[in-house]
Ligand binder design. Sequence first.
Ligand code: SAH
Length: 369
Amino acid sequence: MNPDHGETPPLGVADALSLEAIEHWLREEDAARLEALWHAADETRREYVGDEVHLRGLCEISNVCVRGCTYCGIRAPNRGVQRYRMKADDVVACARQAREFGYGTIVLQGGEDYGMATEWVAHVVRRIKAETALAVTLSLGERPAADLAAWREAGADRYLLRFETSDEALYRHIHPDLPGRVSDRLADLRTLQRLGYEAGTGIMVGVPGQTYASVAADVDLFRGLDMDMIGIGPYLPHPATPLGAEFAARVASDDWPPDQVPNTELTTCKVVALTRLVRPDANLPATTALALVDKEAGRAHGLRRGANVVMPNLTPPEYREKYEIYPEKAAVHETAEAINAGIQALLDDLGRTIGKGAGGRRRTPGSGA
Ligand code: SAH
């Protein structure tokens, strides 16, 4: 299982970790050696972004989507989804709840839904900014630059748009109907930065066809991107999607492409830890997908292996169950109160404190920022 794949390369931050070393560590399976990786990531996290964990309340405002991303359960062609758009009042109520829980940020996420008019989103952002001191993060897909500009103007602070994979062929395989390539998504991220957003990106780990070398290249790309946030989660197969069907067929026949990266908790943690080393000052969430793939320890491991952000779900339950980007999302039957209490208990346990304020990027001199 664990062939000796050569001498363990040294760990280091920023440019000190080579692409080869990143790939080596992604393949590392020896628990004792991995302890060194976890330790280095945890120390780097503490040194650069401290012990505060920033909580960002997540509100899934629409599951309507024009796209056909083959991994995603709310892709347009999935007829089994009951579609919804939240009312503005309900979104603002979610933001109020975030404030009451003491969170610094509300994240408004949804499908790429043009029925959510530019002006409607701007109106919701303005209402939240007028009523609360929360930072507002948007995650609404590849909207045109004019929309992004209007929302920034309305007061939105951050935007999340993962590039998902930097492997061009894989990117096209999982985004068959997107007009662009990986480079177009990177251009979108630059547009966001130019508009004055804090920009976030990220990847899924363990997509069928994703190799160790390609994930190492993703981590190397993070190093050069100067992103404020980087979200990393395991790929979770959704049965009602083309990629989910491909995954199931591969499991059934045990037929994997050469060098396939597993979609496990452990591999995802390695990617988080290595990303902390190459981007010491970034905000890295212990993602919901990571918490789901290992319900016992996923979130705690994420936070002890480089992550400094958690995104508790505040979407009202009647919508949350319909926002099924992957099956059986963590805590889908839990109330926002229960999710919140669980996270507070976990942070106490880990000896970490809850971040005060909006929890924006803390730029370090010499970080290239
Ligand atoms: N429509 C927005 C928000 C998508 S949901 C957008 O496209 O940016 C946010 C993230 O969830 C995606 O970027 C993707 O990385 C992740 N995601 C979607 N489906 C998933 C799946 N089946 N397994 C794991 N992560 C998934």
